[in-house]
Design a protein around this ligand. Structure first.
Ligand code: SF4
Length: 203
């Protein structure tokens, strides 16, 4: 199958890329992550993926015109309030799981749309490897979009391989982020750290 793989970051791409190749699928990555904040962090993750794709020789379609307004619009927040913000935003954070549900929808819908437009047989996402994401919600969103765009959703549960993949990412020297991606996840991590609550090692 000819599969378009949404890639949230280089670390999470490692195992799905190897797995799809071992299943003899033709694979193309797709980068669309307007949730990532701030711009410096976005660039670090993007550069790390570009490095991996270059070394492992797979193509990626980059929707890399940084567009955080697409993410903030989900919550009726003007991106002007937060776009250059490197400290606390003072915003009332939209709560999960609704926040993450909207975030998956935004990113996977763009992937499914692109897959349909470019004639791929299926789409998938590296989010399926992370035990920190809502696997069931990602699957439900993928299946709905598959029906809507008439492109298959290639589903695998990569979660059992997460630790192994992260150890390999460390060996490869890929950039390892400390929070999920959005400004709210960054603030939540800071708050937990200040309160001396054990902070999850994200990768
Ligand atoms: S925590 Fe992660 S998945 Fe949830 S909204 Fe933020 S970036 Fe998206």
């Amino acid at each position: 199958m000819n599969i378009l793989l949404h890639i949230c970051c280089s670390n999470c791409a490692i195992y799905p890329v190897r797995s799809l190749r071992s299943e003899k699928h033709a694979l193309t990555g797709f980068w669309f992550n307007p949730n990532i904040h701030p711009y410096e962090e976005y660039n670090l993750r993007l550069a790390s993926l570009k490095r991996l794709a270059g070394e492992w020789k797979f193509d990626v379609h980059y929707s890399d015109n940084y567009s955080p307004e697409e993410y903030f619009q989900l919550f009726n927040i003007s991106d002007e309030v937060v776009i250059d913000c490197n400290g606390p935003t003072g915003l009332k954070a939209p709560q999960s799981p609704e926040r993450c549900r909207s975030c998956y929808q935004l990113r996977l819908e763009r992937t499914a749309e692109h897959a349909q437009k470019e004639g791929f047989d299926a789409f998938s996402t590296t989010l399926l490897i992370s035990p920190y994401q809502d696997f069931e919600q990602i699957v439900a969103t993928g299946k709905e979009l598959a029906d809507k765009y008439n492109v298959q959703f290639h589903l695998r549960d990569y979660r059992p391989y997460f630790r192994e993949a992260m150890a390999y990412a460390k060996e490869l020297g890929l950039y390892r982020q400390k929070y999920c991606g959005c400004v709210f996840s960054r603030e939540e991590r800071t708050t937990r750290k200040k309160s001396n609550i054990k902070v999850q090692s994200y990768k």
